[in-house]
Write a protein that binds this ligand. Structure first.
Ligand code: XMP
Ligand code: MG
Length: 184
């Protein structure tokens, strides 16, 4: 799918594929430098982080290990509550490991904050966060996000892993939805 094929469901393209590629190359270079000479486990948070994980991992020169977690945040509509349930846990024991959590988006930061407490209790050597997108609300939460791709406006976005009712994850760019799609 490209930007010409998005039809009328999308309002606008917020971040192009090229901008994402360039940003991930930049973040990958920083991660390579920061973890030089160390083993690194990157943990993708399903399902949204699938695209970021795949492209970030390939942009790294570092031979990382990859694992996945799936969590579900209880909440109404598009707001998360911070009450989180693990749907799929890591296959890996992270005790003593350097861990980098890879996220698609941080909105309120509640999900990530819970996840960091949970993973932190397993005794990793270090834990850091990389996210492609961050919304303004997240800036109010005391989470140290070491690698941020883009700070974006407080709008619902889809594409590049992000969905609306499980659709649009496969768009190669990040866009905003037209109001008619979500009944606005
Ligand atoms: P919190 O608020 O806990 O939630 O940081 C983060 C999770 O909320 C989802 N989310 C979005 N999903 N477009 C999406 O497709 C968005 O604009 C959006 N904002 C938040 C997402 O699952 C993320 O992991
Ligand atoms: Mg997510």
């Amino acid at each position: 799918m490209d930007e010409k094929d998005m039809g009328s469901d999308l309002k606008s393209v917020l971040i192009t594929k090229q901008e994402i590629d360039d940003k991930l190359a930049e973040l990958a270079a920083r991660i390579d430098a920061d973890y030089a000479g160390r083993d690194l486990l990157i943990v993708g948070v399903l399902k949204g982080a699938v695209m970021v994980m795949a492209d970030l991992a390939r942009a790294l020169s570092h031979p990382v290990k990859m694992d996945w977690m799936a969590v579900s945040s209880y909440g109404s509509g598009t707001k998360s509550s911070g009450v989180v349930r693990i749907l799929k846990d890591l296959d890996t024991d992270i005790a003593g490991k350097d861990v980098l959590v890879v996220e698609d988006i941080i909105d309120s930061g509640l999900t990530l904050s819970w996840l960091l407490t949970n993973l932190g209790s397993r005794g990793p050597a270090s834990i850091a966060v990389c996210t492609l997108l961050r919304k303004p609300e997240a800036a109010k939460v005391a989470i140290d996000v070491k690698y941020v791709g883009f700070d974006i406006p407080n709008e619902f976005v889809v594409g590049y892993g992000l969905d609306y009712a499980e659709k649009y994850r496969n768009l190669p760019f990040v866009g905003t939805l037209a109001p008619h799609v979500y009944g606005g």
